[in-house]
Design a protein around this ligand. Structure first.
Ligand code: SF4
Length: 256
């Protein structure tokens, strides 16, 4: 599923169709389900560009680039901790006031996972003068973790697992918010009935253990304590902290 929406290169052929075409069609469905009164459509680069162009072609609202991506900053998705993800989001996008100032803007993104990057994007767009910001998301709300290899977040971290759509809109600071429905997703991608959609609807195709207390890929952090000296310069070796609740770190950092 996420190969179609996000992971695959736009020129990849998936199930006989270029990923770029599939993403554009997701944008078409999104525009049908969630129209907006706006002056311009922009995408969050680079992955949502095709979705935004699809939204524009269906709605008739002109498409433009409105955010320029800094190619020298890594993806926030793969930053190893929250502080670096926050900093990365600020460094990563440069808004274009010449496109945004005084205009009502539809901003199309592919997904919202934790909801940490999108509020910063909305803030950047407001600072650049956007009069209104209408967030449109080309996938349904992600409410359940993936147990099949896409290490996106724990359930507690998924914003849509904790908040209603109106609460998410307020959290983002957008004037409106619209997610593509599951039916819209299936129409756009011509999905068969057996395709996994579990991160959207919780209907896992095989039984999974859903009640892990901690991230299963987490390990206790080794904490170095001051070495007590024994008078001859030798000290005790660093030891493991016994407080697992505050010393868990993830080995697999690919989170957004
Ligand atoms: S839960 Fe299913 S649809 Fe969601 S990321 Fe995992 S495999 Fe893909």
């Amino acid at each position: 599923m996420f190969e179609h929406i996000y992971f695959a290169r736009p020129d990849s052929i998936l199930d006989g169709q270029a990923a770029w075409q599939s993403r554009s069609q997701l944008g078409v469905e999104l525009a049908r389900e969630h129209p907006a009164d706006a002056d311009v459509v922009i995408g969050v680069p680079d992955s949502a560009t095709a979705h935004a162009i699809g939204y524009s072609s269906e709605s008739g609202i002109p498409y433009s680039e409105g955010l320029v991506k800094n190619r020298y900053v890594g993806r926030t998705f793969i930053s190893p901790d929250q502080r670096l993800r926050d900093l990365g989001a600020h460094l990563k996008y440069n808004p274009m006031p010449s496109v945004l100032a005084g205009r009502r803007v539809v901003v199309v993104d592919d997904t919202i996972v934790r909801g940490t990057t999108t509020p910063r994007i909305v803030k950047l767009l407001r600072e650049a003068g956007a009069a209104e910001i209408h967030m449109r998301i080309a996938a349904p709300p992600i409410r359940h973790p993936c147990h099949f290899g896409v290490d996106m977040a724990t359930r507690q971290e998924l914003i849509a697992a904790r908040k209603s759509e109106e609460e998410i809109r307020r959290h983002l600071g957008a004037d409106s918010l619209g997610y593509l429905s599951q039916d819209g997703l299936q129409r756009a991608l011509s999905l068969g009935k057996t395709t996994c959609l579990a991160c959207f609807n919780g209907d896992y195709p095989v039984s999974v253990q859903t009640d892990f207390e901690f991230d299963t890929l987490a390990v206790p952090l080794v904490t170095a304590h001051p070495r007590p000296t024994n008078g001859n310069g030798n000290g005790a070796a660093p030891r493991r902290s016994g407080r697992s609740d505050e010393t868990m770190v993830a080995l697999a950092p690919e989170r957004r």
